[in-house]
Design a protein around this ligand. Sequence first.
Ligand SMILES: [Zn+2]
Length: 319
Amino acid sequence: MKKQPFQLIGTTIPAGRKTIVNLETARLHTHNKIEVPVIVERSKNDGPVLLLIGGIHGNEINGVEIIRELISRKYNRPTAGTVICIPALNVFGFLNQTREFPDGKDLNRMFPGTQNGSMASLFAWNLMNNILPAADYIVDFHTGGGNRFNSSQIRVAKEHPELQELAAIFAPRFIVTAADREKSFREAATKLGKKILLFEGGKSLDIHNRITQRGVNGVLRLMNHLGMRDYSAEIAAMPAVDPIIIRQSTWIRARHGGMFRFHVKDGAKVMKGDTIGSISDPYGEFEKPVKVPENGYIIGLNHSPIVYQGDALVHLGKE
Ligand SMILES: [Zn+2]
């Protein structure tokens, strides 16, 4: 049986080898073209198409690192189907080490985008029209914003039982049920019927080895489950993870401004009344404990040493 040619951005992708195509998104006033490298590995055997995307927020480097690690170890080379990797979509933010585009726009609030909108909107449109139609499954890699460190977690909406099952296969520390954000990539992809998992782990402008490993392991588990490559030996060597399902979450906020120190680990289980840190002035005059208002898990932790009154300190997840 003759196979259908697989096309991406007008390029026929040959089977059995690595192809890099460029997503041409815009042209700068310096005449430079803005091109986003898209790394495609297509097997000679038919199978699902998995899209791995990082750096929608340009400073969320750990997501970029997970995809880079997968590529450098050739884990993105399937024996069935196709893996499309876009390690750093928001190249502006990646270069400038900022979350947003140069005009301050958050790409993840611009989907599905338009061809004649802002630069971020154009990026969104390009991704939706040139890449997304080819994908069956997507993992969108993020980290906590600013100094907020997220324990490894997959976010899925509660009305998608199939995605919850895929999230369990991925096996992050937590599966957090959270509604799609309006105009986000996740919402736009879901509307097109794509199966999308949103991975959160680590914090901005940071590479954390444990988070990278969790992300890499999750992709291997997913590819194995989808029949894209047999990773059973690698999976057998991974530490077993039984993800905890978080159905509700709340932020513990600073009652006082000051210097914040914590003595819990991300992911830890905490009980109501536990002291998990303290806030003080710089002069040794006062130091107030930060207590947990109810039982839960630390799914996110503010690593900022200085906080204002009302700042989010701890993201507390409840089963
Ligand atoms: Zn993000």
